[in-house]
Design a protein around this ligand. Sequence first.
Ligand code: AMP
Ligand code: ZN
Length: 480
Amino acid sequence: MSTINGTGTTQTEIKLYNTKTRRKEVFEPIKADDVRMYVCGPTVYDRAHLGNARPVIVFDVLNRLLRHVYGADHVTYVRNFTDVDDRINETAQKRKAAGADGTLEELIAERADETIDWYHQDMDALGALRPDYEPRATAFIGQMIAMIEGLIASGHAYAAEGHALFAVESYKEYGALSGRSVDDMIAGARVEVAPYKRNPMDFVLWKPSPDDLPGWESPWGRGRPGWHIECSAMAHELLGESFDIHGGGNDLQFPHHENEIAQSKCAGHGFANVWMHNEMLQVEGKKMSKSLGNFFTVRDLLEQGVPGEVIRFVMLSTHYRKPMDWTEKKRAEAEGELEKWALFTKDAVAAVDVPAGVVEALANDLNTMGAITELRRLSKAGAYSELLAGLSFLGLNLPKISSQDEEIFDDLVEREEVRPLIDALVDRLVKARADKDFVVADGIRDDLLNAGISLSYDSGGDVTITKEANYDRSKLEALK
Ligand code: AMP
Ligand code: ZN
């Protein structure tokens, strides 16, 4: 759908689901030439797990769409790094105890730096564009202190025993984002009851640092900020008093985003207009967790040889507001589809314009599955230049196709239809050989030979497939 804007050109109308109003709404930026988005980023204590990649990919697609519609120079995307955290400190303390060079402060900074480097490498591999600003919390402590001072001065916060706390009763709309009352929240949440809190729901803006850990001087003593105030202060500093979109995972809605809203609104800021939340990622139908043994990082997958674009494609095949399940089956299907497209488009040049159907699908609350359906339609229609343009808009690079694939099947349709069968047979053969089940392995080899497909193995275990003169497609298909 399009509307005519002030300059007379047509502009795509974007609809986004706003958690705050629980409705899909037409997106109207505060200023069309200055669209601003803040997304909560990672706590940089270790490698990103696969779940952490979901908001990165979801909001990367939104960033690309906003840039397409409003112009790349008219969009500012901020995603922070939380580099104040006990888990970062613990690694640094362990390294120091093991004799590492440098002060504890230096070792803490080193751990945050290395984790940020990993994050960049991993998210780059997923085709995510870097945000315009990636602020580190430790670079904005002064702004956090100033904001807390203002909240205390206006009666929304108080100091007690080296802490500064936000008084939730001072903000009538506390809980509105997630639709909870303060009483519900007290009943349902694991709130820390502490003698210095006036209300158990009051949350920490500032807390003392133990003597053996780094801290910053403040009006409340030497200490460090609470997590929530970091985002409020950085969003204000980089995006101003009001901005358009605030994003993050569903798990952050409460308490993190409720607290961000309470702080920023009570500081007199308009804060974010649209709140967007991605649902969680699961693995083979189960929550990803270390105790279930199904926890893995993005780097683990990349090292197993799963290309970044395959991970991205699987992520895009589920709508961001639905729980998404990572499965081996989806991985294999995505890999097959991308390889097929790589082959189809190998001689094509990307069209200049992004296919309208792709933009339209994304403009409908990031309907990435709809965009993929459109890519499939273009592929079937043989519109390979448009297919390439659509893929590139979605941030999907295609795998390199080996020349061997091209030689075996010059007929692309035949390759598409027959190659999965050959691959499945070869996989079974390789597995049988690994299991020392040579009867089965040799049987498959002979069946393939009979259909005109010969195999040879190199020392690294790679299998080369050759189409022989006696190749007979019907014999091959009889092996299904
Ligand atoms: P964290 O470093 O835990 O603060 O998380 C960084 C980002 O990843 C936040 O936006 C979280 O909401 C998101 N996130 C964490 N776990 C998952 C998951 N399993 N699925 C989707 N998003 C997640
Ligand atoms: Zn945040």
